[in-house]
Design a protein around this ligand. Structure first.
Ligand code: UT7
Length: 320
């Protein structure tokens, strides 16, 4: 049993924040952000919510798939920035779309979240448990960054992407996924401090913190490794893969991965110039864009690869 993506959708906040706008409120410049990251603008929520963006993207993916809400039997929302701890975002999406037959839960693997959701759906389908899944990556990172920390806040954006996947007869897709909690401190985002009548009063901890250079080195080493691994699993060479859809964190990471793999940069679509790093939303946001532009054709081999906090990373190879 393998899975096929049969519909995609995306949703972003209306508010566009350019590098120039950031340089007016903090000590940064369009030149620094563009040359170091490739990012030119990002969407930052003003009225939108994580669950609202997730539901919008999911609704578009469902319409695109031609499935009825009742046909969805699994909903997974990948996010580290939900509106509420509970109910989970996936249940909110379920209610908004009327997917009354679905089981719905969230998954947090930071920027690898959508990829891990895809692999989870694949495993359920291979086991014959579910047949049609709605997978969403949705983030409002703007509420988790410290807007006084120029080394992180300029990098991220808000948004959501979604895909409907369905079980099909055939060989399973190739995928790998990894975690290394011992390196967790290089990218963290704290919740509130412990507060109860017995604990010492403490200040709320800092929000998103990143050792950018460590994450950079980790990404350029691990992404090529796991792409080679899925190619090996599938018995093909990397040069046979048509499209490489990578987590959109930094155009220099994408350049380096393309160079390591010896693959033309044109096969690495990119939209981080317009959306920044949207964590779990970045891969499905890109997937929706390239699909609607008609760039991916039936039968194309597509690799998705994510990396991020945890540390977590992985890749999945799909036939379109
Ligand atoms: O999705 C999760 C995965 N995350 C990532 O993949 C992020 C990976 N890392 C990166 O993309 C890069 O490391 C960054 C874009 C975060 C940083 O680029 P860098 O080339 O590693 O820069 P740096 O951290 O070494 O900083 C260089 C300089 C520093 O100044 P000094 O010490 O050389 O005087 C920083 O203070 O740039 C300064 N700087 C800035 N200057 C203007 C840092 N942030 C900014 C800024 N504007 N926004």
């Amino acid at each position: 049993m393998r899975i096929k993506i049969i519909g995609t959708g995306s949703a972003v906040p209306e508010n566009i924040v350019t590098n120039q706008m950031l340089s007016e409120i903090m000590d940064t410049s369009d030149e620094w952000i563009t040359t170091r990251t490739g990012i030119r603008q990002r969407r930052i929520a003003v009225t939108e919510t994580t669950s609202g963006l997730a539901s919008q993207a999911a609704r578009k993916a469902l319409e695109d798939s031609g499935c009825s809400p009742e046909e969805i039997d699994l909903i997974i929302v990948a996010t580290f920035s939900p509106d509420r701890c509970m109910p989970n975002t996936a249940c909110t999406v379920q209610a908004a779309l009327g997917c009354k037959n679905a089981v719905a839960f969230d998954l947090n693997a930071a920027c690898s979240g959508f990829l891990f959701a895809l692999n989870t759906a694949q495993a359920y389908m291979a086991a014959g448990i579910y047949r049609t899944a709605l997978l969403v990556g949705a983030e409002e990172i703007s509420k988790t960054v410290d807007w006084k920390d120029r080394s992180t806040c300029v990098l991220f954006g808000d948004g959501a992407g979604a895909a409907v996947v369905q079980a099909r007869e055939g060989t399973p897709m190739a995928f790998v996924q990894y975690s290394d909690g011992t390196k967790g401190e290089v990218l963290t985002c704290s919740e509130k401090a412990l507060k109860n009548p017995w604990a010492e009063p403490a200040e709320d901890p800092r929000m998103l913190c990143m050792d950018g250079q460590e994450v950079f080195k980790f990404a350029v080493r691990k992404v090529p490794e796991c792409i080679h691994e899925v190619a090996r699993q599938a018995g093909i060479s990397v040069s046979q893969i048509d499209w490489f859809l990578l987590h959109q964190a930094n155009s220099r990471i994408i350049d380096s991965v393309a160079k390591h793999l010896g693959v033309s940069r044109e096969r690495f679509p990119m939209n981080l110039d317009r959306y920044g790093n949207t964590s779990a939303a970045s891969i499905p946001l890109l997937l929706d864009e390239v699909r609607r532009e008609g760039r991916i054709r039936e039968g194309d081999l597509v690799v998705l690869s994510g990396f991020g906090a945890g540390l977590t990373w992985g890749a999945a190879l799909l036939e379109w």
